[in-house]
Design a protein around this ligand. Structure first.
Ligand SMILES: C[S@@+](CC[C@H](N)C(=O)[O-])C[C@H]1O[C@@H](n2cnc3c(N)ncnc32)[C@H](O)[C@@H]1O
Length: 283
């Protein structure tokens, strides 16, 4: 079948989606598509395009899971049902980290990414700052999610040879030996599940509910317990990381009220009225 014929087929009502899929599976730009309408699409490729169209339009599967990648801060990361799809608002966290470390001494710095998902925050910070960290740790609690982070690590590890890299299955920070980090500068990034269950059930799109892993969004008992637990680990270990966290706007005030004696919270970036990137440090 020719590209032109496929595009004119009445069955495919969402032409923009169809065009994007044709470009993706033929590995051509949109400009090239316009000048290639007479090109014949191989049977095996045609099958992939029409299957992907059905998955997206009929099954409402997220496009990133269909294409198996997500673009984040200029890099392409592998993504599938094992992890939450990184959201554009979280890119602001990487910008905030980049701004923070641009004025620091590039010596004896250690990075933690807690609740790494597909590994996107950890790898993005490292790829943007390949000489800054002497060591970097990511932690993830769910085995199948950690396996995806490891696959992304394999893709990028050759670009990160200046850092000693550690991928661990852990409950938040429970893997660390605090004595190791006494004289180091610690940077911690975390986008822990913070969506209240009611909000998830009532306000989240069906495509998210049906396809993405619920434990990546929701903490069943109390939507801020992950952050509370991580702060307690930090107090118990006597470490003093500079933290970059994502949460909902009203949650910043809740945490500020609870932890004002020990932690300073500063809202550094906002994507829209409801989501905040927060920089926090131990007083
Ligand atoms: C909201 S997702 C964030 C994923 C990724 N960091 C991002 O920003 O796109 C939260 C991640 O935390 C993980 N997680 C949940 N509980 C955890 C725990 N106790 N320790 C470590 N990771 C945990 C989830 O499995 C999930 O992958």
């Amino acid at each position: 079948m020719k590209i032109q014929e496929l595009l004119q087929n009445q069955k495919y009502t969402q032409k923009r989606v169809l065009e994007n899929l044709i470009c993706h599976f033929l590995d051509i730009s949109r400009e090239k598509l316009r000048t290639s309408l007479e090109q014949t699409i191989e049977e095996s490729i045609l099958k992939k395009i029409t299957q992907a169209y059905d998955d997206f339009v009929v099954q409402k599967k997220p496009l990133e899971y269909i294409l198996w990648y997500v673009k984040f801060m200029g890099n392409k990361f592998k993504i599938d049902h094992r992890a939450l799809i990184p959201r554009p608002e979280t890119e602001y966290m990487i910008q905030a980290v980049n701004e923070h470390i641009s004025i620091l001494n590039p010596w004896n710095n250690i990075l933690f990414d807690i609740g790494t998902g597909c590994g996107v925050l950890w790898l993005s910070v490292l790829l943007h700052n390949p000489s800054f960290f002497s060591e970097a740790y990511l932690s993830e609690y769910i085995d199948y999610t950690l396996s995806l982070a490891k696959e992304n690590f394999e893709i990028f590890k050759n670009k990160l040879t200046k850092t000693n890299l550690n991928l661990v299955k852990a409950n938040l920070l429970d893997f660390i030996d605090p004595t190791k980090f006494i004289s180091s500068q610690l940077i911690l990034v975390a986008n822990l599940p913070y969506i209240p269950e009611d909000t998830f059930n009532q306000n989240v799109w069906e495509t998210v509910k049906n396809w993405e892993p619920k434990p990546a969004f929701v903490w069943w008992e109390d939507w801020l317990d992950y952050y509370r637990k991580m702060f307690q680990q930090i107090f118990d270990f006597w470490i003093k990381p500079t933290m970059f966290l994502e949460m909902m706007t009203r949650q910043v005030d809740v945490l500020r009220k609870e932890f004002w004696k020990k932690i300073e919270f500063q809202e550094v970036k906002t994507f829209h009225f409801n989501i905040r990137i927060v920089k926090a440090w131990i007083k």
